[in-house]
Design a protein around this ligand. Structure first.
Ligand SMILES: NC(=O)c1ccc[n+]([C@@H]2O[C@H](COP(=O)([O-])OP(=O)(O)OC[C@H]3O[C@@H](n4cnc5c(N)ncnc54)[C@H](O)[C@@H]3O)[C@@H](O)[C@H]2O)c1
Length: 268
């Protein structure tokens, strides 16, 4: 097995399940030390299942069982104290954080004339302010190291509009803007910043949206537009593969750019 990320430390938010977990396991298989961070409990909005403590613990156990190293932290990306604790603990344990995957996020439908302040605030605070709050603490160390890669999980919805998804779309376009701006600001420190833009992905988020909408997970995935390549959705492993490529030296001249994993959706 190649160990492309041997001794690299990767911090992943939203690591308990879905895309974050698949990416954590993929990095661990390539020798990286994983620092997982997840709210690991049901929060006020949206009304679907979030990651759990058990999932976070089993992620650590699975990595350790195959000879890897992992630390996991329970915390909300809106909570500076929890973020700071996780980041400082990782630095104390390993001395550096090389890769940050800002992945934690929520999604829900809502019409503009009935969207509550609470729904708007939760969406923007978790999906847009959250990556800022985590990057604020991590980039300090990356700047000192003069190296790092930050990958933001936006969405195809960070590059187009979406029906009944305006607050989600706003948060994801915002993340695209943060990607470009941080890339400029952090380039002098040898830190690359990129965003990924997946089409529907087969995760608990998609299942949760389906349950809330009284639809099948497949209908939710196909709601935005049909993918050009005939698949209903991506698997979390497909996202992990792209994140590992972007974090690797093979992508050393890529920064500030938007990487679509959209099965051709945005082409139409
Ligand atoms: N599933 C899709 O179809 C899809 C498509 C494109 C982009 N995305 C984006 O990909 C990212 C991951 O999505 P997923 O499909 O794996 O979702 P998911 O809901 O399956 O998993 C998200 C994880 O993030 C955690 N999380 C949520 N809010 C948090 C918070 N405030 N603080 C800390 N952790 C929190 C959850 O507990 C969960 O473990 C999200 O940013 C999402 O917007 C998802």
């Amino acid at each position: 097995m190649s160990q492309e990320f041997k001794e690299k430390v990767v911090l992943i938010t939203g690591a308990a399940h879905g895309q974050g977990r698949a990416t954590a396991l993929a990095f661990a298989r390539e020798g990286a030390i994983v620092v997982g961070f997840d709210v690991a409990k049901k929060i006020e909005y949206p009304a679907y299942d979030f990651g759990t403590n058990d999932e976070l613990d089993s992620l650590k156990a699975e990595i350790e069982a195959s000879g890897g190293q992992a630390l996991v932290f329970v915390g909300d990306v809106r909570d500076d104290q929890a973020i700071t604790y996780a980041v400082e603990s990782a630095i104390s344990a390993f001395g550096h954080i090389d890769i940050l995957f800002n992945n934690a996020g929520i999604c829900a439908y809502g019409e503009v004339d009935t969207l509550s302040d609470e729904a708007w605030d939760a969406m923007i605070d978790i999906n847009l302010k959250g990556p800022f709050m985590v990057t604020r603490r991590v980039s300090k160390y990356m700047k000192q190291q003069k190296s790092g890669v930050i990958i933001n999980n936006s969405s195809v919805m960070g590059l187009r509009g979406g029906n009944r998804l305006s607050h989600y779309v706003a948060s994801k376009w915002g993340l695209t803007g943060l990607t470009k701006s941080w890339a400029i600001e952090l380039a002098p420190y040898n830190i690359r910043v990129l965003s990924i833009h997946p089409t529907g992905v087969n995760t608990p988020m998609n299942d949760g949206l389906a349950a809330m909408e009284g639809a099948t997970p497949q209908e939710i995935a196909e709601r935005s537009a049909p993918n050009l390549i005939d698949v209903p959705w991506l698997e979390p492993q497909d996202v992990a593969d792209s994140v590992l490529f972007l974090a690797s030296d093979k992508a050393k001249y890529m920064t500030g750019s938007q990487h679509v994993l959209d099965a051709g959706l945005l082409t139409q």
